[in-house]
Design a protein around this ligand. Structure first.
Ligand code: GRF
Length: 213
């Protein structure tokens, strides 16, 4: 599987994916890293692994559709067949979502559909979980559709919320779960074990991994 990772931030999920490819746990090659900003730490991680990167800020394009075309051209150039969004802070243009239908995943740091949607990213998610008094949060890997965080769920893993948690402590508990869950979800696609039936994702011969927290 020729994988592109879209990232805007530090890139710890990109790193987990690169590591899983290197060890063979994920039978895929990261062939491109795409960012909207040259400030993304993910770009350094890509470079350290010899992965080509492209910085495509939407402001560089006259129209949203030109931005979508540039993303699609870049994906074509690298013959990408699957896309993983890993802390990509922009909505992916409709044309790209359509071209990669059922071939594009995102990871979100809560148990969707709770605490997802527009504006729910990074620290905001954990703040909302704590403000709501939820006892559980977690991580969700889902297919990307045109609506934020609404696509069919591929894998989820719960993480407990403790009474003395802060947004940072909760984020720190969830992050390592993301780092195993995302490569695992990608592996299921790489091994062609995923069937999508409306909103339901069925996985052939799957015994869920369970981590202990
Ligand atoms: C992760 O928490 C992910 O769930 C969310 O953005 C964050 C990206 O972190 N979509 P990193 O850049 O991979 O470290």
């Amino acid at each position: 599987m020729r994988l592109a990772v879209f990232a805007s931030g530090g890139g710890t999920n990109l790193q987990a994916i690169l590591d899983a490819c290197r060890t063979g746990d994920l039978p895929a090659d990261v062939v491109a890293c795409i960012s909207n900003t040259s400030a993304a730490g993910a770009l350094d991680r890509a470079q350290a692994h010899g992965v080509p990167s492209a910085v495509l800020p939407p402001a560089d394009f006259d129209t949203p559709s030109a931005f979508g075309d540039a993303l699609l051209d870049t994906l074509d150039q690298h013959r990408v067949d699957f896309v993983a969004l890993a802390g990509y802070m922009l909505k992916v243009p409709k044309s790209v979502v359509a071209a990669y239908r059922h071939r594009m995943l995102n990871i979100h740091p809560s148990l969707l559909p709770a605490f997802g949607g527009k504006g729910m990213y990074g620290r905001h998610v954990h703040e909302a979980v704590l403000a709501h008094g939820a006892h559980w949060s977690g991580a969700t890997v889902h297919l990307v559709t045109d609506e934020y965080d609404q696509g069919p769920i591929v894998l989820q893993e719960p993480v407990p919320v403790y009474a003395d948690d802060t947004p940072s402590s909760l984020a720190e508990r969830i992050q390592p779960v993301e780092h195993t869950l995302y490569p695992e979800a990608l592996r299921l696609f790489a091994e062609d074990r995923v069937r999508i039936d409306g909103r339901t994702v069925r996985i052939d011969d799957y015994a869920p991994h369970r981590s202990s927290h």
